[in-house]
Design a binder for this molecule. Structure first.
Ligand code: HEM
Length: 428
């Protein structure tokens, strides 16, 4: 997820015809429009029609086909673009934004051995037994949220599922897990939505300024949180990380603090918009066709399948980036060492060679997707996101059998990398 500057300033890459370049730029512009956000499928199809590996206008490539994307995510000869890679790039200005530098220190931007060391220390915080313990907690959070949602529906006849439930469930869940004060939830959501611009493909100067301000707020919040938790330990994940990293760096509190900060900050923000999009998308895709929701209500044993199909049909993250560790060949295209490739999750999931009739939303499909990434960087929170979605759909279908969207969802159209649904109005 790499910032590359404003598209207006991009120069032509050798080997790319100006027609190809214009076509890709036009597709990216369409993706940043109401129409493109509401229905990106034709954009993915056009990208794939240009090849499995398509030149990006600023250099590097987009990877469109399922197999090629999977190969990049899982292959050992692909790395994430870390500080060392950034330093080898000719234009250092691209990486100077404070929010970009902050994110480059976090897990998805670390390569071995630093990445291996942090993943080992984290272990799998959402293994089977942890999820089993969390299940009743999340079930209660869902029940409470649906009570509030029901009150709003009863009072107004219509309610915004996206902000009232979709966005609230992930912050309440991760908030409980990390021991965050519920009074801070609104503040955390606010800086999360703004910080993310720096991780976009084409941030403008003003978007980078918004990200920089959000980064300052985020730093102040998590630094104080860690200081306070060290003084008042609890029975939460953050307290566990403080114990672990303080023991590992007994003579260097600053080093321990830096890692604890990076982990807490990144895991919080990684869990919010992504999971919110999954919850809201699931409700939109299931209830826009009443027969689909009704069928699932009669067949709750397929709720997990419905979640997988939602993740496939409309991934919350559209783009992720890797760099070639060595000169290599990808889907027949030679890629030089250090070149960036942008994996397009949505395009991969709609590749008809992997998922026939990809544009059909079919909860019984048993399809394939790469929505949680792959290989060493596979999403740490996939199990938690799936559990939240399962508890939500189980209770929602039971309690609101006639739930219908009153309008299609609205999206933040400034996004290409991270999708954000800003509202989904529903009635019951
Ligand atoms: C539907 C919800 C979610 C989606 C779609 C999602 C998607 C992703 C993707 C695409 C990656 C990058 C994988 C790669 O580079 O191969 C990732 C990484 C990560 N995610 Fe998630 N995520 C979700 C929820 C969560 C949650 C709930 C948490 C934590 C509680 C979380 C924590 C992380 C972390 C820590 C990483 C970095 C892993 C690493 O680089 O080693 N995610 N996620």
């Amino acid at each position: 997820m790499t910032a590359v500057g404003d598209i207006g300033g991009i120069s032509t890459v050798p080997g790319t015809t100006s027609t190809d370049r214009r076509a890709v730029i036009s597709l990216l512009r369409r993706l940043r429009s109401e129409e493109g956000q509401a229905d990106p499928l034709p954009i993915w199809e056009e990208m794939r029609s240009m090849g499995d590996v398509v030149r990006a206008p600023w250099g590097g490539y987009f990877v469109t086909g399922f197999e090629a994307c999977s190969q990049v995510l899982r292959g050992r000869n692909w790395l994430v673009p870390d500080f060392a890679w950034q330093e080898r790039q000719p234009d250092q200005r691209r990486w100077e934004a404070p929010a970009t530098r902050e994110m480059t220190r976090t897990l998805p931007r670390l390569n071995a051995p630093a990445h291996t060391c942090q993943r080992r220390a984290l272990g799998n915080p959402f293994d089977r037994s942890a999820l089993e313990e969390l299940r009743p907690v999340i079930a209660t959070l869902v029940a409470d949220l649906l009570d509030e949602f029901a009150d709003r529906l009863a009072a107004d006849g219509e309610a915004d599922f996206g902000t009232l439930v979709g966005e609230q469930l992930p912050i309440r869940t991760v908030g409980r897990w990390l021991g965050l004060d519920p009074e801070d939830h609104a503040r955390i959501l606010s800086f999360t939505h703004r910080q993310v611009y720096a991780q976009e493909l084409l941030p403008t100067k003003s978007e980078l300024a918004i990200s920089a301000q959000a980064t300052l707020e985020m730093r102040a919040y998590f630094t104080e949180l860690i200081r306070h938790r060290r003084a008042h330990p609890g029975r939460d994940a953050l307290t566990g990380w403080i114990h672990h990293w303080d023991a590992r760096y007994p003579d260097d509190r600053a080093a321990a603090d830096r890692i604890i900060y990076d982990l807490t900050m990144f895991i919080t923000i990684a869990s919010l918009e992504t999971s919110a999009v999954l919850m809201t998308n699931a409700v939109w895709l299931l209830t826009r066709d009443p027969s689909c929701a009704a069928w699932l209500r009669r067949h709750p044993e397929h709720i997990d399948d419905a979640i997988e199909e939602t993740l496939r049909y409309d991934p919350p993250v559209f783009v992720n980036s890797r760099i070639a560790a060595d000169d290599t060949v990808l889907a027949g295209v030679p890629v030089a060492k250090d070149t960036t490739v942008h994996v397009l999750y949505g395009s991969a999931a709609h590749d008809p060679r992997r998922n026939p009739d990809p544009g059909v939303f079919d909860v019984r499909r048993d399809g394939g997707h790469l929505t949680f990434g792959g290989g060493a960087h596979y999403c740490l929170g996939a199990g938690l996101a799936r559990l939240e979605a399962r508890e939500l759909l189980t209770q929602l279908l039971e309690r609101f059998p006639t739930l219908r969207p009153s309008a299609p969802p609205s999206y933040d159209t400034s996004r290409v990398v991270f999708r954000r649904i800003t509202s989904l109005k529903v009635t019951a």
